[in-house]
Design a protein. Structure first.
Length: 125
């Protein structure tokens, strides 16, 4: 298995916005990577969380669904605003079929997700 065959993620945080960029496939064995990400997110206090999935291919193994759902639940339980950006159409369909996509939490790109947060921030002010 090469590095490109494994899921990895990077965290980027500024003020109260946290961007989690995932790279690689959501395949069998990726669940433990998502669980590690959940642990790291639990230590953060961001009120806005973007899951950037631009570099995640469209195929997904169903064994990852529970961990992906827990990742989203972790963000929502902290009352943080969640966005998922740049989902491959096939990945979005697979997640949607499992009830793991909320239309108001998705954006076509990272830039669009950041813009939507800016709109929400200005409304809250």
């Amino acid at each position: 298995m090469t590095d490109t065959d494994q899921l990895t993620y990077f965290l980027s945080e500024k003020k109260n916005i946290l961007v989690v960029t995932f790279v690689g496939p959501l395949v069998r064995g990726s669940a433990h990577i998502l669980e590690k990400c959940i642990q790291e997110l639990s230590k953060r206090e961001a009120t806005w969380v973007i899951l950037n999935l631009r570099d995640v291919p469209g195929t997904v193994d169903r064994s990852v669904f529970p961990a992906f759902a827990r990742l989203q639940k972790n963000v929502r339980d902290r009352k943080a605003c969640l966005r998922m950006s740049a989902l491959h159409p096939s990945l979005r369909l697979a997640l949607d079929e499992q009830g793991l996509v909320r239309a108001d939490e998705t954006s076509n790109s990272l830039a669009e997700a950041l813009s939507s947060l800016a709109v929400n921030i200005s409304r809250a002010a």
